[in-house]
Design a protein around this ligand. Structure first.
Ligand code: ATR
Length: 291
């Protein structure tokens, strides 16, 4: 988007806080490179005002919204419709305008899925370990089970939270692949070739030397690691993976692809691969310039 005009459509992010978000940077660059008359802004919304904010956005003809912490669950009751996977996960991060109101999706999960496809990591018949049991872990556990992983072990400091996610996944998807374990129980996991997805907040800037599991024997059991953190660009978890000869990816592509998926839904279009690559490059430069 080069100039705001009378025809410019608005998309935005609701959450609290929102000031740190990279979404305006990503979406405004996508709009510019795709030649769309669209502007993306942030809206800081208090928990008590979510319903009013969404109703207001709809009557103001806002084209689409992203939703971030802490409103990803609360927003569900304001929707006219919800995507089945987002419904099962119980979290929505994207609202798409329809004639009856907003329909909710979870593009966080579409983002991770596209990142894994890019990295040539197939979930089908694979063994997965998910570190952490927050909102991201929950969405990822659903994705892994839905995509046909043969084992989904959720390891968390608070084991009960991991077990709740595992039970919900197994119940909703009518499977037995998921289980919840304590972090220290990684020693009980036999075999090798695990796909490890790091979803905890441990290792996030400025605590760049922290990692949930330090033990080399854990990393030896892995095939590949994905950290959903993108700042720092190489987390301690990724360093541990690489020190044991394994490939590791950060969460920057997941962030990009969740945005691309939302942008495609709002504008009913497919974003070209070369545009995606250009925005990825711009994101890397933007992050480096803030280091
Ligand atoms: P999100 O919703 O963004 O995925 P979250 O709900 O804040 O994130 O969850 C953060 C995760 O990081 C949780 O799994 C948390 O473990 P607990 O459930 O035991 O709180 C994990 N986490 C945060 N700090 C941790 C630490 N110092 N050691 C181990 N795990 C930690």
């Amino acid at each position: 988007m080069s100039r705001i005009k009378g025809t410019t459509r608005v998309c935005g992010l609701i959450g609290n806080p929102v000031e740190h978000s990279m979404s305006p940077f990503i979406h405004n660059n996508l709009a510019k490179l795709c030649g769309l008359d669209l502007a993306y802004v942030t809206f800081k919304v208090e928990a008590d005002d979510v319903k009013e904010a969404i109703g207001g956005a709809y009557v103001l003809n806002v084209l689409g919204m992203n939703v971030t912490v802490p409103h990803k669950q609360a927003v569900i009751e304001t929707l006219c419709d919800i995507d089945p996977l987002a419904n099962a996960i119980g979290a929505v991060n994207t609202l798409v305008r329809t004639n009856d109101g907003y329909k909710g999706y979870n593009t966080d999960i579409l983002g991770l899925h596209r990142e894994l496809i890019d990295a040539d990591i197939s979930l089908k018949d694979s063994k997965v370990i998910i570190l952490g049991a927050g909102g991201a872990s929950r969405a990822i556990a659903f994705l892994c089970a839905r995509e046909g992983a043969s084992e989904v072990h959720i390891l968390n400091r608070t084991v009960e939270k991991a077990q709740i996610i595992a039970t919900d996944v197994n119940t909703h998807l009518n499977t037995k692949v998921a289980d919840g374990m304590a972090l220290a129980d990684h020693v009980k996991l036999n075999g090798s070739e695990y796909i490890v997805i790091q979803t905890s907040s441990v290792g996030l800037y400025p605590h760049v030397d922290d990692v949930v599991i330090e033990d080399d024997s854990f990393y030896k059991k892995a095939k590949v690691g994905v950290d959903i953190i993108y700042n720092p660009a190489e987390t301690k978890f990724m360093k541990c993976m690489k020190a044991n000869g394994k490939e590791a990816y950060n969460g920057l592509k997941m962030l990009l692809y969740q945005a691309v998926s939302a942008f495609e839904l709002w504008n009913d279009m497919h974003v070209d691969e070369n545009v995606i690559q250009q925005v990825y490059q711009l994101m890397q430069e933007e992050l480096t310039s803030h280091e």
